[in-house]
Design a protein around this ligand. Structure first.
Ligand code: NAD
Length: 293
């Protein structure tokens, strides 16, 4: 028997949290979305509204459904609004300490039988679940970016995840119109275990001067039929997130093949995180992205 979900909490109003809030609200769930500051919440809500407007303009969502969905989303910075949620999805920055602190705060307010999901791209679900008072009710739910457009959700059981939890999360994924794939709880699961080493290798290719940003992305688009080049994709994901995932792979699998490229480290240290900060491997300040190398 799966839990009847009506209201879903989302922690983190960044690109993923906003997208998750949007698809949940469009599917008819009440949503409570929080971030750390009022400013981050407003920025998230603005991006979410702009995304829904774009979907209406492109005929993917009708105006009435858009307005109904917007009316189902409440926002704030306080954990109080999670009190009547049956499920909370954690989608804050890819940092284990940040996520652990959030989980502790969440457990203090959540009803005993409420479930917790995390949208982590790489961190052990077992380890995160162990920080909670309900490891059996925790399940990884890894959405893809942009959430409203991408069909896949990876579902990851921790060692303690109960079958009822998994079944509930799986039927939630179905109700959001997503295709669920099961992945075991190993660093970075399936998609990022394969994707991130490719992106990291593309950055090494740039670092070693094998090709320019433009040459690498063009080669991979035309040579492998990828819709986006790996450097463009890295900027889209966020270079901080890419680096965090490489660290999880490197630490968790202890293989030098996962060593993060020093150029990726340097970009993150410079605050050049990709699209979200206006600069990464491309400069986004003009009408068209301009390669930076
Ligand atoms: P982002 O940087 O766009 O957003 C992260 C948000 O979390 C920010 O708004 C930040 O203010 C907020 N945050 C940080 N600490 C917080 C706290 N203590 N409480 C509440 N909010 C807090 O990052 P994102 O791309 O949305 O990634 C979020 C999560 O989703 C990460 O775990 C990431 O690995 C995962 N993910 C990302 C992608 C991607 O392509 N970017 C894809 C799948 C999953």
């Amino acid at each position: 028997m799966s839990v009847d979900i009506k209201k879903i909490g989302v922690v983190g109003a960044g690109q993923m949290g906003g997208g998750i809030a949007q698809v949940c609200a469009v599917a008819g769930y009440d949503v409570y979305l929080i971030d750390q500051t009022d400013e981050a919440v407003s920025k998230g809500l603005e991006a979410l509204s702009a995304n829904m407007d774009r979907d209406v303009a492109r005929g993917r969502l009708d105006e009435e459904a858009r307005n109904a969905a917007a009316g189902r989303i409440a926002t704030g910075t306080a954990y109080d609004g999670f009190k009547d949620c049956q499920l909370v999805i954690e989608a804050a920055s890819e940092d284990e300490e940040v996520k652990k602190a959030i989980l502790k705060e969440l457990c203090a307010v959540l009803p005993e039988d409420a479930l917790i999901s995390t949208n982590t791209s790489s961190i052990s679900i077992t380890r995160l679940a162990a920080q909670t008072d309900r490891p059996g009710k925790v399940c990884g739910m890894h959405f893809m970016n942009p959430v409203p457009r991408m069909e896949l959700v990876e579902l990851i059981r921790g060692i303690a995840t109960e079958e009822e939890t998994y079944a509930t999360v799986r039927s939630l994924a179905d109700s959001l119109g997503k295709k669920a794939v099961n992945a075991e709880d190993f660093p970075a699961f399936i998609v990022n275990r394969i994707l991130l080493p490719m992106i990291n290798e593309a950055i090494y290719t740039l670092y070693e001067g094998v090709g320019s940003v433009n040459a690498i992305d063009t080669a991979m688009k035309l040579g492998t039929h990828h819709p986006m080049g790996p450097l463009e994709l890295a900027d889209f994901i966020g270079l901080d997130t890419c680096l965090a995932i490489m660290h999880v792979l490197h630490d968790g699998l202890a293989d030098t093949k996962y060593r993060p490229c020093p150029l990726l480290v340097k970009y993150v240290e410079a605050g050049w995180l990709g699209r979200k900060t206006g600069r990464g491997f491309y400069d986004y300040s003009g009408d068209e992205p301009v390669p930076t190398r």
